[in-house]
Design a protein around this ligand. Sequence first.
Ligand SMILES: NC(=O)C1=CN([C@@H]2O[C@H](COP(=O)(O)OP(=O)(O)OC[C@H]3O[C@@H](n4cnc5c(N)ncnc54)[C@H](OP(=O)(O)O)[C@@H]3O)[C@@H](O)[C@H]2O)C=CC1
Ligand SMILES: O=C(CO)[C@H](O)[C@H](O)COP(=O)(O)O
Length: 497
Amino acid sequence: MTLLFAEDGLIVNLSDPEEKTMDRLIEKAEKQGYHGRVKKFTDYKQLCKALSKPRLLVFSLPHGGVGDKVLEGLMPNLEKGDIILDCGNEHFANTERRQAKCRGTNIRYIGCGVSGGYQAARAGPSMCPGGDESALRDVMPLLEKVAAKDKDGKPCVGIIGKGGAGHYVKMVHNGIEHGMMSAICEAWGILVKMGLGYEEIGNILKKWDSNGELKGTFLITIGADLSHKHDDKQDIKGNEHPLVISEVLDKVVQDVTGEEGTGVWSNQEAIEHHVPAFTLNVAHAFRLASAYRGDRIKANEVTDGGFPPQQLNIHDKDSFIEDLRKATYAACLASYIQGMHLISRADQAHKWDINYGNIWKIWRAGCIIKADYISDEILAPILLSSSLKAENIHLLFQKRVATDIRNAYPALRRIVSKVVETDQVAPALSATLEYYKIVTGTDLPTAFYEAELDYFGSHMFDKKGEKGTNGPLEGKFHFEWKPVRTQSQTYGSAPSQ
Ligand SMILES: NC(=O)C1=CN([C@@H]2O[C@H](COP(=O)(O)OP(=O)(O)OC[C@H]3O[C@@H](n4cnc5c(N)ncnc54)[C@H](OP(=O)(O)O)[C@@H]3O)[C@@H](O)[C@H]2O)C=CC1
Ligand SMILES: O=C(CO)[C@H](O)[C@H](O)COP(=O)(O)O
């Protein structure tokens, strides 16, 4: 981002604990022609003195304590009107705590999620700012300049809402990202078990990316690209120029190492706000299980080899692959439905006054969940509608979304049955099938669950056919399923003293 700001004509005063990191960056800036635009500072006082007023300080830090420490170090050197633009993946509650702390000295703290990875950070990321309205208005011209641009040349940035809304929406972006990544890697695993080569799979992904419901999906675009990349070194077996993907080990660890937090937080938030986020929850559990590779190896030994996916012998490969494409889309769509559901619930609870049209803008390009078809066909008509209200945003209730679910559902079911039959690994695809069944179902086995709850806990239930039983309200009936018995009636005799 330093180089991006320098490219756009800004003078960047840099501060990093590693002087070598700053030196390397300055060298890069010089090589790229931004002569004298990047300067290093090892001392906050000098750094703040050198900045023009009102000062703009951009954070790109690990979440949690580091941000607190940096803020504490900076605050004595800041003045009324200065702005902090926190571009890390910070927890929204930390953002709001810091906003409250800064308010006392009239320093303005913006929580601004940034997406697109390190390549987008250099070329222009998608940016998701929230917080103080005056500060946001002050920084918007700069953000519009540096942000990614969509296919119409519009910047992928917009004011999201009050308080921690920007960081919250970015957190949910990552939750959706995890649901989509899970579905896509599961589809990849199934294609591998069909006996297709990595590069053949890359070609299939390229087709998915060019047409239909997965058209212009960033994670499919990069999936197609990475499938063809060769290493210039030998692999462990001595093969020359192996495909890099053939060497990658099967573990995703950043939730466990604590390096990133968004996956954990978005699922905690879904539970906190009572949002059934099947695809996101299961995608997260899949990542967690994958992280502990050592445990998996041990359990594999204990279970005499575990339950490895069988080779798939598919007669009509083309129609199976088409089913797989639709199933993958169904899970990507479910991830969006669940993520948007969560945002609207949190928006109502926190009164953030979220601008949903701006979420559409921010997710249109430059970010990891960019998906052209979903953006153009699903989100635009809903999120850009002038009559939109937070309490009405549930994509699942939209006819346009329902049509796509109906179209994809049979393919999803066929894929999941094959998955079950042959032990393929497809947690997000399977959970998505359950999600669609359950959230559209009106005769669930939870009737029996409810009866058991009332049997042992007198938790009450409602009766079929009664009026006003649709909401999450406690039931009005209790049935005495079994009379309460004394200890001696239960165990024969009272215990001796
Ligand atoms: N990587 C990505 O694709 C994306 C990352 N993000 C978010 O952006 C933020 C930065 O990510 P990323 O660049 O990948 O992370 P890194 O860990 O690579 O960078 C973090 C930076 O913070 C510095 N730092 C660490 N501790 C301190 C401290 N006590 N005081 C001052 N600076 C400190 C590090 O310095 P040094 O290492 O030199 O000691 C480093 O320059 C994170 O919040 C991340 O979640 C958001 C979107 C995409
Ligand atoms: O925020 C991001 C993308 O949007 C970052 O790339 C982040 O590092 C991804 O990590 P995680 O999978 O843990 O969210």
